[in-house]
Every structure is written in C-alpha cells, then in structure tokens.
Design a protein around this ligand. Structure first.
Ligand code: ADP
Ligand code: MG
Length: 293
C-alpha cells in the first residue's frame, strides 16, 4: 500500500475508534481467513455476576465468603471482582466483614485462579485446572455442580481450603449483543471464527470451533498452528492471558476496555470495545490494499 493510503486508512480508523498502530497491520488484515476470539471480556461483556454459591464442606457460608473475599481481594480478574462483590454483599447482609483479612503469599495463576494463605488456611480460588495443579480432589458432587452449570454457559469457580473443595460460586457473563452478528458477517466475508479460552467451552453463541481450558501459551500455540496451515490469523483479546497470542497473530486486536498488557501487545486497538470493529478493521485493510483511496 502507498504511504498515502495507509495514512488515509489510519485516519479513517481513528475517527471510528479503530486505532491502527502501523502500516503492517493494514497490509495484512485483508488476507485474514480466521479470527480467533478470546471468550471472557471479548465475546462476553466481561462483567460476570455470581448467580449461586454452594458449600461442599462443613464451613459456614459466612466463613466461606470471608475466605473467598480475602483470597480474591487483590486480584484484578473480573471474576474475582464479582466474587468479592457477592461475598461481601452476603457478609454485609447476613454476617460481618470484620474477619476479612488480607491473604498472605498471594499468587495469581493466569488463566486458572489465585492462591494464598488466609489466616492459617491454605486457599485456592479458581478452575479445575488450578485444583489439579495442587492435587486437590474434585469429587463427583462437585463435578455434578460444575457440569450442570456449564450446560447453562456459566463458569464455576471452585474454592479449596486446606486441600479440599469447600464450595463453589457459579458465575454468569452474558455474550455481547453484537457477537452473533459479527460472526455471521465474517462468514459472509469468507472468514471463520474460533474461540480459544481459559474457561470452559460453553458460550451462548454459534461459532465454528472452540478450544477450551487453554492457558496463555496454549492460546499462542493455537495461533501458530493455524499459521502453519498457511492461514493469516487475527486474534481478538482483552486479557494479560491473551498477550502471547496477540503478539503471535498476524494481526492482534485488543479490546479497548481490556488490560494495558493486551493493548500493548496488539497491532490494532478497538477503542469502543465493540466486536463490529473487527469487521471495520478488516474492511479498512481491504480498501487500503485494493487502492480504493
Ligand atoms: P478467558 O481466556 O476466557 O479470558 P481467563 O483465562 O481469564 O479466561 O480465565 C480462565 C478461567 O480461569 C476463568 O474462567 C476462571 O475459571 C479461572 N480464573 C482466572 N482467574 C481467576 C480468579 N482471579 N478467580 C477465580 N477464577 C479465576
Ligand atoms: Mg479475556
């Protein structure tokens, strides 16, 4: 593309809230055959709410909520925020927040959850993968709760205390209203859509392929595998966990409302956080390369 065409496209993009960081992205996006979407915060609104909390142990709901709040208090993950909000809400109504202490040895396990010590208790809050990592048994009762909720496109966050699953929060995060339309519009442009997520495979939407329970490096590997097939790939993501994949993709697109790490790793930033702008960006590239300007 001519420097002028790139300048025009970059300018047009900017007025539409599509921030293009360089000519390279514009020269590649027109060839994209596959768009890989992250789930949480990308296809979904990214504002999860807790819809139920259950106990699998003898801890009271008050103790359970106290421990969960302490463990998640320093996590920036939207799921953590929803758990803290729910658990604090419970404590304010039916108990007290005076026993909520800060977790010690707090650690983030990207794409899996958090760990830390709360008082003298060793606490894990996260998915089954996190439990597996720490050799915490997930019994049939827990499995049943998880699979029933996953069928409803919910995510179950497990809380283990001293090596045993003490309870779980079921969380729901609605799909963005424009997501289905964007996927079908991409289809009409000859582009297939794939979801790659650290979460479970359920999402209330029709998409060509799903890869679930994938860690950050796994997401990047998915991109590389598609590229090895000769496909030009776009990755759309919002999280720290998406940044290796955003960097690996031919065209990385970050959700504007996402984390700074993702925004830095991307070639294009969708400032309005609206998925329609994935199409806008590809369209700008097609016009640039076919010298419409
Ligand atoms: P996605 O790839 O869909 O954006 P993430 O990789 O951010 O999702 O998270 C994957 C899963 O890891 C979540 O669905 C959740 O089960 C778990 N998880 C990650 N961080 C946390 C946290 N702070 N608290 C609880 N669960 C978490
Ligand atoms: Mg995400």
């Amino acid at each position: 593309a001519t420097p002028t065409a790139v300048m025009v496209a970059t300018g047009k993009g900017a007025t539409q809230g599509v921030l293009i960081k360089g000519g390279n992205a514009l020269e590649k996006a027109h060839k994209v055959k596959t768009v890989v979407f992250d789930k949480t915060g990308t296809l979904t609104v990214g504002k999860p709410t807790v819809v139920s909390a259950v106990l699998f142990s003898n801890y009271s709901m008050e103790e359970f909520c106290t421990v969960a709040t302490a463990a998640e208090a320093n996590s920036e993950h939207p799921i953590a925020k929803s758990i803290v909000e729910h658990a604090k809400g419970f404590l304010n109504k039916f108990g007290s927040t005076e026993h909520v202490v800060e977790a010690k040895d707090f650690e983030v396990h990207t794409g899996a959850g958090v760990s830390g010590r709360v008082g003298d208790k060793m606490v894990l809050v996260g998915n089954k993968r996190l439990m597996r990592e720490y050799n915490v048994q997930v019994g049939p009762e827990v499995e049943k709760f998880v699979s029933e909720n996953e069928k409803l496109a919910r995510t179950c966050v497990l809380v283990s205390i001293d090596g045993k699953v003490a309870g779980s929060f079921a969380v729901t995060d609605p799909v963005k209203p424009e997501a289905a339309c964007v996927i079908s519009y991409l289809h009409s442009m000859g582009i297939s859509s794939i979801m790659v997520t650290g979460d479970n495979q359920k999402v209330g939407i029709d998409i060509d392929k799903v890869f679930a329970e994938t860690d950050p490096m796994g997401k990047a590997d998915r991109i590389k595998k598609l590229q090895m097939k000769g496909l030009t790939v776009t990755m759309v993501g919002d999280g720290i966990n998406d940044s290796p994949a955003l960097a690996a993709a031919d065209v990385g697109m970050a959700i504007g409302a996402g984390t700074n790490v993702a925004i830095e790793a991307a070639d294009i930033v969708l400032m309005k956080s609206n998925l329609e702008d994935v199409v806008t960006a590809i369209d700008l590239s097609r016009k640039t390369m076919s010298r419409i300007w």
